[in-house]
Design a protein around this ligand. Sequence first.
Ligand SMILES: NC(=O)c1ccc[n+]([C@@H]2O[C@H](COP(=O)([O-])OP(=O)(O)OC[C@H]3O[C@@H](n4cnc5c(N)ncnc54)[C@H](OP(=O)(O)O)[C@@H]3O)[C@@H](O)[C@H]2O)c1
Length: 502
Amino acid sequence: MSSLCLCLTAPTYDGVLAQLERYRSYIDMAEMRLDLLNPSERLKAVDLPVRTEIPLILTIRLPEDGGLWGKNGETEEDRVNLFLSLLESGAWAYIDLEHERTMADAAAAAAADAAGTRIIRSMHDFDGTLLEQPVSDLAEMIRRMAEGGSIPKLAARCTGSRRLLTLARVALATESIGEKVILGMDEYGTPSRILADRFGSVWTYASALGGPGEPPAAAPGQLDPKTLETLYRFSEINESTPLYAVVGDPIAHSRSPIIHNGWLRDAGLKGTYLPVRADDIATLLETCDIWGLRGLSVTVPHKEKALAICDYSGYPARRIGAANTLLRVGDGWRAGNTDAAGFLEPLPGAMGLGSVEELKGKKALIFGAGGAARAAVHALIDAGLKLVILNRTIDKARQLAEETGQAWGPLSDEALPLLEGGVDLAVQTTSVGMHPNEKADPAPWWNPRGCSLVYDMIYEPVETVLLARARSAGVRTLNGSDMLKAQARLQFELFTGCQAPE
Ligand SMILES: NC(=O)c1ccc[n+]([C@@H]2O[C@H](COP(=O)([O-])OP(=O)(O)OC[C@H]3O[C@@H](n4cnc5c(N)ncnc54)[C@H](OP(=O)(O)O)[C@@H]3O)[C@@H](O)[C@H]2O)c1
């Protein structure tokens, strides 16, 4: 099981102690980043190991490795001297020294050996190009970093799914090294921080985040200890923990981790559900194979490709032509779709109707022809509605409409003649207006007046520009929140075989 290490990033010593106090109950160890501490206060850290009674890492980072040492005119000699002064106490569990500075840091390494302080040999790669090298070369580099009993640490920026896969493969190829840290920086690399155990990392790093005046994270993509522990149950993750994820791009806004992790906990089930940013779903699935991931929620923009690359597909996904759920079956993946059922669940109530049957014969306008639109279109056709499908890429609108025998048009005012006589329902399924582009309106030329309901699948923001316009026009509105919960509940049942708790 991996430990949780808090990076102490405050510029004052009191701030450092406050960070430790705030996260004390979540962490196993801490890293004292002396380069981030005000120069006049650095020597105060000498008593930190005695005060904290948890294993501490002593680190002074140079700018090229993501630190601030030298920004106040400090020299290389000052750096060595500071190391030597602090190591004298013999109370530091670890010292972090850059692999590429082995010669320059020889004096600090000797003092660490004499003090019984373990050496971490670090390699930081901020542009991620290291991960373009063959896995075997990277594994060999890590083996060399482990020589002499050091703990090798590789922190490489993950700029896409391919690099996260490389990192996972490097972790696999260095399985025999008992103590190491392998992690990916940036949002694409965040899974390596949550799944430190799967990466064979002895610990993961976290930063104090979000407090008033809090400094930035010690490295890009770090989470705070409370989130790691309370949301992802970090300390319970081991090789038998069932893993699930939501995969998309963007992914930071997704509420699915809060929903699924809450249900897993409330149902008393083992398991962690994490957000994974992916620019390529096929590459991501290869990475999931290494992690042994059991189930995936799929979101923008991967739903159609997810269906295409799956080994098996369930009836709803095949018919809809998009998958929002992937389940591991043996060595492969089975595609499913819970969007259609989730979409329909809140609809009659939101329209003031008693049942789905009462939707029959009504006319609906659909904005968009992507994966989510496909789910809505099939659900509405099954419920007996007539549809007009409008999309920016007109060929996709035509294809979906022709597949299902509905009307279609462009996502522009040229489609207005198709809407003569009005519509009972408008369903917004494009990503236009979604966080962070909250000011965008997918159809500024369309007036919602006269419609019974405008249903926008977006849930972040709570009210999109389109929904605000509808409300001002006296039209009922529904955002994507209820659908999100309904489709997630069905997914949870597929993932775990258990009902989602109320
Ligand atoms: N509430 C829920 O549970 C739930 C479930 C599923 C989806 N959603 C939401 O539904 C939205 C779409 O998801 P999806 O899975 O269908 O994604 P998708 O398959 O990638 O489809 C995206 C759709 O948005 C359109 N679009 C994107 N950018 C556009 C722009 N700048 N102008 C006009 N149209 C644009 C695309 O048109 P083109 O074909 O021209 O690219 C396509 O119709 C997302 O906001 C997602 O969060 C919510």
